[in-house]
Design a protein around this ligand. Structure first.
Ligand SMILES: Nc1nc2c(ncn2[C@@H]2O[C@H](COP(=O)(O)OP(=O)(O)OP(=O)(O)O)[C@@H](O)[C@H]2O)c(=O)[nH]1
Ligand SMILES: [Zn+2]
Length: 374
């Protein structure tokens, strides 16, 4: 996986990567950060029609349902390409470009690889990809030999999401007294590829924990957790969970590096901007090419195993979290809801979670009504 990790860094820096594949090597560049110069150099080596890889979610936002995870769009067959057209196709809110510029075809291994690399790199999941013209092969190989271009096996890159959260390493720990739970200990875990770190906050005296350990899985939300953003309920849930766990005699809060339901902070801010123009929280993510919820909870299961916990009582309103732990072999014996305040800024977000993602939030809205009438 070493080359894959390096590829992720190159892509995040706005550099292209060569994906090697028996079906034909492809040069790949994220659409995010692409400029006219990058585009011209890629098209110069291009042997056949260039293509763009987008996700099934982006295709749905463009009004086309497809099977599988990725779609390969053959570009430029009907009209000349422009950077603006590529960007509109990748993350714009008008779907006209699809009809103008692109013919969808089935995605191959290199296409899936390109898409998975973008997602793991927390970039918008859309990439410009080109096959290499015979006359340019030598130049591309020279670039690889000189270390100016990174070459990665498409198969290894395609697998980067599956392997991403295996092999957690317990790195360091310390006692951190918290305002809501003085006897707290932070344990930091790092994913084996070094890209993400997650925290387990152990609250209270472990010897006194109930046999079904009170557990909160909390996905990072910088805006809510740290700055008390009113757009969501995360900050209040976080502090409320620490206090609740402490009041129940102790337990665990796993603070997971899954900002923005797994799409990353940069994309969450983009999604917020889209919400301000009328999209709800799920549709905004779809415009950017993401699914309703991109989080994977294997990392949480691995942390619980490392902490020797296999039976829990969860603090959550999210049915997916319970399902994911149960599928990972953790016994979930009960659930307790956890609510922040409903505000004018977060009401629409909470409604979308309840109505479209099946979160149990009735009590939050009951509290809102009683506060209003009281
Ligand atoms: N993409 C996106 N992410 C958001 C938005 N608002 C909040 N988030 C993220 O959603 C996640 C919320 O995580 P959690 O607090 O674990 O909440 P949850 O999935 O609602 O589940 P419970 O709180 O356990 O009921 C965090 O990663 C936030 O950064 C939004 O509008 N768009
Ligand atoms: Zn939040």
């Amino acid at each position: 996986m070493y080359q894959v990790e390096r590829a992720i860094f190159d892509l995040r820096r706005g550099l292209p990567v060569l994906l090697t594949d028996p079906a034909g090597d492809r040069l790949v560049h994220p659409v995010e950060g692409l400029d006219t110069e990058d585009m011209a150099s890629l098209l110069e080596v291009c042997g056949e029609a260039p293509a763009m890889v987008v996700s099934v979610h982006r295709m749905a936002a463009l009004g086309t349902q497809i099977e599988g995870e990725a779609a390969c769009l053959a570009l430029g067959s009907r009209a000349p390409l422009s950077l603006r057209a590529l960007q509109t196709l990748a993350f714009g809110t008008s779907s006209q470009e699809l009809a103008l510029f692109a013919d969808p075809k089935e995605a191959g291994t290199a296409d899936t690889a390109a898409l998975n690399l973008m997602r793991r790199a927390l970039l918008i999941p859309a990439a410009l990809t080109v096959g290499i013209r015979a006359g340019c092969r030598e130049k591309v190989d020279d670039f690889v030999a000189q270390g100016r271009l990174l070459s990665v096996s498409a198969q290894a890159a395609a697998d980067c999401l599956i392997q991403a959260d295996g092999g957690l390493v317990r790195i360091s720990e310390a006692r951190i007294p918290l305002a809501e739970a003085e006897a707290s200990r932070f344990v930091l875990f790092r994913e084996s590829d070094g890209l993400r770190e997650h925290l387990a906050i152990l609250i209270g005296d472990r010897k006194k924990w109930k046999s079904a350990v009170p557990l909160r899985l909390h996905s990072a939300c910088l805006t809510g957790d740290l700055f008390a953003s009113l757009r969501c309920d995360c900050g209040e849930q976080l502090r409320g969970a620490v206090a609740d766990i402490d009041a129940q005699g102790g337990g665990i809060l796993l603070y997971l590096a899954q900002e923005g339901r797994g799409i990353g902070l940069a994309n969450k801010l983009r999604a917020y901007a889209l919400q301000d123009s009328g999209f709800d929280t799920l549709d905004a993510d779809q415009v950017l090419g993401f699914g309703d919820d991109e989080r994977q909870y294997r990392v949480a299961v691995d942390m619980l195993r490392a902490l020797e916990v296999d039976c829990v009582q969860m603090l959550t309103n999210n049915p997916l979290k319970i399902e994911a732990l149960a599928n990972g072999g953790i016994e979930v014996v009960g659930r307790q809801g956890l609510f922040g305040r409903v505000t004018t800024h977060n009401r629409r977000y909470l409604h979308a979670k309840a109505e479209r993602a099946g979160h149990w939030l009735e009590e939050a809205f009951e509290n809102e009504q009683s506060q209003q009438s009281g």
